[in-house]
Design a binder for this molecule. Sequence first.
Ligand SMILES: [Fe+2]
Ligand SMILES: [Fe+2]
Length: 227
Amino acid sequence: MNRLNKVIELVKPQYDRLDCWVHSWPHIERVTKNIIRITELEGVSFDSPLISGYCHDLGRIEEEARKERGESPLPHALLSIEPTIGVLQAVKISGVDFDEIVEAVTVHSYKTYEGNNLTAKILQDGDKLNGFGPYGVLGAIKYFGGIDYVDPKEIVANKEDRNATEELCNKSLTLCKGETLKKVIKGLGFVLEWYDMLHTKSAKNIIREEYEYTKQIRKDLIKTADI
Ligand SMILES: [Fe+2]
Ligand SMILES: [Fe+2]
């Protein structure tokens, strides 16, 4: 079995334990797909960025468990460090690659990253791209609004179908009202700021249309909400 397949075998069952679809395995599938596209366009190796993509949100499992136990929250990126080290040791990654992947996972949720670690930059970009477009808006409704207006199984099953995802997004937005709508508008404002924070030109090119789509959705929602 090659190294990447071994990584997937180690991490997938962990993500599958998560209740919230926004952070579970489909999120990792999308982020790693983004990472592959960015590395191809940038003409750089995908190995370390991809492994960091598979490991970056492993801390969400402990985060969810802490919430259930009523314990105080800790940043999920920090909670991802220990399980990431476990995966890297299991697949025998050491030296510079080890250090770069662990750093990338540790800083992935920072708003900005000023260092020189390309793996960290590509991981941040791959993760942020996920917030744009109809899939990202559906994620924002759940994450910021706290509600799923359509069955998450349907969202996940259609995640590769842009038109079907847009339909689910429109359906959800027509049902989104009042305080929840205000929270979603605020959340989308937060997400839209990510575009200018993208490190690579490739990530900006990949997502430009979906960024414009998200911007328009937010403008329309502000009119509906009359704020
Ligand atoms: Fe994260
Ligand atoms: Fe993530």
